[in-house]
Design a protein around this ligand. Sequence first.
Ligand SMILES: *Cc1c(COP(=O)(O)O)cnc(C)c1O
Length: 711
Amino acid sequence: MKNIDKTKFNDRTNLQIIDQLKSLAYNLWWTWNPEAALIYKELSPLIWETSNHSAVAVLRRISDAELKARLGDPDFFKRVNKILDEYSEYMSCSNTWCTQNFPELINNPIAYFSAEFGLHECLPIYSGGLGVLAGDFAKSASDLGIPFYGISLYYRLGYFKQKISDDGWQFEEYPQINTDDVPIQPLIDQNGNPVQTSVTIGHSNVKLHAWKINIGRVNVILLDSNLPENELHFRELTGRVYGGDISTRIMQEIILGIGGVKILRAIGINPAIFHMNEGHSAFLTLELLREQVNKGLTLNQAEEYVKKHCIFTTHTPVEAGHDRFPKSLIELQLSNYLKELKLSVDDIMKYGRVNEQDQNELFCMTVLALKFSKVSNAVSKLHSQVSKAMWKNLYPKVSVNEVPIIHITNGVHTPGWANVKAHEFWNKRLGYDWTEKIMDKEYWEKFTNHEIASDEELWALRNILRRELIEFVRMHYLNLHLNRVSISDLDNILSPDVLTIGFARRFAVYKRAPLIFKNFEKLVELVNSKSTPIQIIFSGKAHPRDDEGKRYIQKIINYTKDPRFYGKIIFVENYDINVARYLISGSDVWLNTPRRPLEASGTSGMKIAIHGGLHLSTLDGWWVEAYNGKNGWSIGNEQSYSNEEEQDKADADSLMNILTNEVIPQFYNRDTMGIPREWIKRIRISIQSLIPEYSSHRMVSEYVKKCYKLE
Ligand SMILES: *Cc1c(COP(=O)(O)O)cnc(C)c1O
């Protein structure tokens, strides 16, 4: 990207500018280029806010006459042109990481199937880490120039909106997405007609149409069963993220896997690789088999073909987290489809069983995916050890260590996660091209010295971001308690000078949100310290059917009402990508307390480094690999426990010790200028050691090298 003054803008008429702004609104490129997002925000701050930041919603409500008039402001005109130049340069660039390193891939697209994509807050078609990872994957695939097609479902009711009752219980609302207000468009063919396909579910032929999301240079295609030709219960099938029971689940997965392959064929895409992000999409292997058998291959040959073209990523170290279906359900929903494949239900059951002869074993989507993939991987080193042990019976001929599940540790799309203020800060100090050097380790080495940014500047950034988070939380509080709050009441909600700890993620029980309350009296003391206080902000949703997770939320809500914690421990409702962005940028310390080894990787802790946040976590998932003693802190050690209570106690004690003896004293240890030098030194090491390694660019490039190699 270029400096604004040096740029010679492409000549555009006002009409062309308006057209291009509309077209850019439909490309999520603007979500990781905040100068572009700011243009839409500025056009109508109110619509921007009420649409959860949708450029499409803003432009729909601004007349061409107003747009034309607004372009009469020379400064605005200049900024819009600069962005449009950058955008067109990005879109037309023919010299990418992929063309330079893996040119043979260019005409061999990757199809990446994922039940959820977390791309932006205005598109609530994700529930948590898996979706956010898929979203970051797509953005990095675009940046690196990988020919990539994402496949998912269009959840018109999305994942739920979280509301909390007066007694602290989560309930769920499903507001319908207004398709006209979000950056998705109908998938059409060359003649402009909507593309359709269909899948066989039970005895019915379910018609599907599809939507397209542009993510820079790549697309995600969303399948949708909501067509008037379908019976009502089929129309609602793709309504909610992981909605309903296992019966809904298997039907959604038929649409994702089988429908996904069919929609790609319908638009003439012939992927070289089918990447299953988690087992939900594993039925795609059956459709690939069917295609090959129809072409005249024997079943054996067809199986070999499928194994050459599929790869699989597992994300679940918990047995219960893997989709399993009883034979009766497979029979009910798939037996008709299987006729085309000339296979019986019993034949298919073998594909989904560890022990093929065991009539009682359920059909497991993970097993299906593992059996048909040429490479399978876990998402961190520790997770690959856990996965190898979990699936060792599938590979009776090799030892546990030789079970073929490699690891590719997750990463995050840092330009997309960096707060606007952080972008401005690094643009000024590193130049606009820092976002293009994300995985260049040498580049980030320089953060250990002071040439790039002084301690004072980094400390200023921390204070800007902390204040922004606190004002966001206060605004949230104001909205919740409208009419009952005076401005001065807000002074009692958090303090911009206090060490701020963030904890936000799905409220899955193993993540142990209430762990810090285990040493209750000690926590009361820390929070209420006169000289070195701490404050904690919680946020997160429990799965609609996870009552234990909901009880954890209730527990924390009750603590926030305790006078000893009031205004100092806060719960922010309706965790989503937007809330996440405030929390990961404003928190001084990011707390993560999964019960080892149940966190496959975790990614939220990777998003904080660019903001100067520091990670405090158990040595689980990615953090065992990343922690070097100086770039954050660890809770506990690498010990394994057989007893959960014992483990929780040890970790809770360790957490308190680290907070009391290291984290808090270092934060408040200021020199005469008021700067915490040791703290900032830790920030520098965190930036330098974490940003290049835990970026999704590094992750995607590793998938290319280890999994997408062509045969
Ligand atoms: C990053 C992110 C996650 C994943 O967080 P983990 O720490 O890996 O659990 C989940 N939800 C949202 C909204 C996120 O931004």
